[in-house]
Structures are given as structure tokens and as C-alpha cells.
Design a protein around this ligand. Structure first.
Ligand code: ATP
Ligand code: MG
Length: 260
């Protein structure tokens, strides 16, 4: 069984004497949400940087649609259909929604070459895509990204990736800075993307968000895969304890009332 879109096989990544990843193997499958959980410094960002062509593994192999390959640049990964939405999405608040939508589009499998799309058309397409995903508050593509909420920006980024035919969508903490309603909107958007067959990597600290939408889970501790399991195999408490490195944190959680 190897219908994986992308696979890491025994990957190590070292920075000088720091071993950020050790022997990591994982599979990204179409139409599935893979949640990548782990504490600060666990290696999550390093892992997504390998998937998105920013870093190369020190050891081990990476397979894309069953074929071993090395990405020489983020551009190459994007051209293959790997879209990464970084945590600081929309860090260009003074750019219009329409322009933001087509930013970097020349690197992806597009329906039209970017250069052939005029501003008016770009604005219309951006608005139409947002509307499809339930964002009706933005009605003019000339509106600045800075006027959108954090959740709306995430939805814009995910909508853009889907529009340009992403096969894999990597979301780095897309819900971490959001309130409950906004987080729900982004989680719903992830389900829409999953429905269309996109393979999603969802990086999060939030076990509840992960367990609401995740199909598969991978917990990283100090650069190693501490646990890898399918939906339903563990309770939220077990997942939280795993993320804490095996310490039983339920008592601490109760006393602080932070069991989000
Ligand atoms: N470019 C780099 N050079 C040197 N060390 C690095 C580099 N990138 C990451 N590291 C180290 O690798 C380890 C894993 O870091 P990484 O950023 O992948 O963790 P993370 O799980 O994303 O953490 P966080 O939740 O805080 O974002 C850390 O010890 C970090 O200091
Ligand atoms: Mg990180």
C-alpha cells in the first residue's frame, strides 16, 4: 500500500552538532489530514522546511508520488504542488486581497499564466474563491489584506493553494493565534480541502484542534517520532501526555484549568 503523495524515510537533519531530526519516517496521503504535534523545539518547523524544499535531509530519503527525489529549492517544491502556509501569513498587510491571491502564482500549476491576468480579473477571482469558502464580508478585491482577520487570511491562503492545484498543503500553526469562531472557520476550510483530495499536514500545539479534524497523527519529541497513530487510537489525554514527553500533565492541567 503506497498511495502516499509524499513520504519521508528515515530522515535525519543536523545543524552542526544539533540533531534536529532523527530517523523520521512519515507518509502524506491524499484526502487525509496528518497532524504533526510536538512541543517547542521538537523539530516541527525543520520537518516542514524539508517537505517544502527549504532544507535538504542530512540522511534518509524523500519520495514524491513514489519516486525518490530531492528538492533543490522551495520553488521546485511549489512547482510540484506543495503549498506551505506559514504562520505569518498575510504579513504584507498593505497588499490588496487580489494581488496577494496571485502572489507567487507563477511558481504553481496555474490555470492561467499569472501575467495574463489583469488586476480586475485577479480581484474577482480572489473574491469568488473566498465566497466559496464562506467569507462574504470581503466584497472588493482591492481591500487590503491588513483589514482581514487572522482566520480570513488563513482561508484566503488555503483557497489560493487549492485554486492553483496544490496536491499537498502544509499549514504551520494555522489556528494558534485565533479565537474559537475563527479557528472553527479554518478547521472547516481544512475539511473542504481534504474533501477535494488534497493531502494536508497540520502543525499544531492544540490537541483538541488536531483531534477534531485529524486522520493521522505524528508526535515529535526532540526530533524523533515518539508516536504515530490513526484517528481513534488514542484519547486526548493520552495525546497531551505524549506531547509532554510522557509526563502526566492532567493534574497540572486541572489545577490551572487550561485543558483546552
Ligand atoms: N537553521 C538552524 N540552525 C541551527 N539549529 C537549528 C536551525 N533550525 C532549527 N534548529 C534547531 O533544531 C531544533 C528543532 O527546531 P524547530 O524549529 O524545528 O522546532 P519546532 O518544533 O518548530 O519548535 P517551535 O514549536 O518552537 O516552533 C531546535 O533545537 C533548533 O534550535
Ligand atoms: Mg516551529
Amino acid at each position: 500500500m503506497t498511495n502516499a503523495l509524499m513520504e519521508l524515510v528515515n530522515v535525519d537533519k543536523s545543524f552542526g552538532s544539533t540533531k534536529a531530526l532523527s530517523n523520521v519516517s512519515m507518509k502524506i496521503e491524499p484526502g487525509k489530514i496528518l497532524c504533526l504535534l510536538g512541543d517547542n523545539g521538537a523539530g516541527k518547523s525543520t520537518l516542514i522546511k524539508i517537505l517544502s524544499g527549504i532544507h535538504q535531509p542530512t540522511r534518509g530519503a524523500m519520495k514524491f508520488e513514489g519516486v525518490e527525489m530531492k528538492f533543490s529549492s522551495p520553488r521546485e517544491a511549489r512547482q510540484r504542488g506543495i503549498a506551505t502556509v506559514h504562520q505569518d501569513v498575510g504579513s504584507i498587510p498593505l497588499m490588496s486581497v487580489g494581488r496577494n491571491f496571485f502572489l507567487g502564482a507563477e511558481c504553481v500549476r496555474g490555470r492561467w499564466p499569472f501575467r495574463q491576468i489583469d488586476t480586475k480579473q485577479a480581484n474577482l477571482i480572489a473574491i469568488e474563491q473566498m465566497r466559496k469558502f464562506g467569507i462574504t464580508r470581503i466584497s472588493d478585491g482591492r481591500q487590503l489584506v491588513g483589514t482581514m482577520s487572522g482566520g480570513e487570511r488563513q482561508v484566503l491562503s488555503i483557497g489560493r493553494a487549492m485554486y492553483f492545484g496544490a496536491k499537498i498543503l502544509i499549514l504551520d500553526e494555522p489556528t494558534s493565534a485565533l479565537g474559537v469562531k475563527e479557528a472553527a472557520m479554518v478547521l472547516k476550510m481544512m475539511l473542504i480541502a481534504r474533501e477535494s483530495g488534497v493531502g494536508i499536514v497540520f502543525i499544531t500545539h492544540n490537541a483538541r484542534h488536531a483531534m477534531t479534524v485529524g486522520d493521522n497523527f505524528c508526535v515529535l519529541i526532540q526530533g524523533r517520532v515518539a508516536a504515530s497513530f490513526a484517528r481513534g487510537a488514542k484519547t486526548r489525554e493520552e495525546v497531551l501526555n505524549l506531547m509532554a514527553g510522557g509526563e502526566d500533565i492532567s493534574e497540572l492541567e486541572q489545577s490551572l484549568d487550561i485543558g483546552d
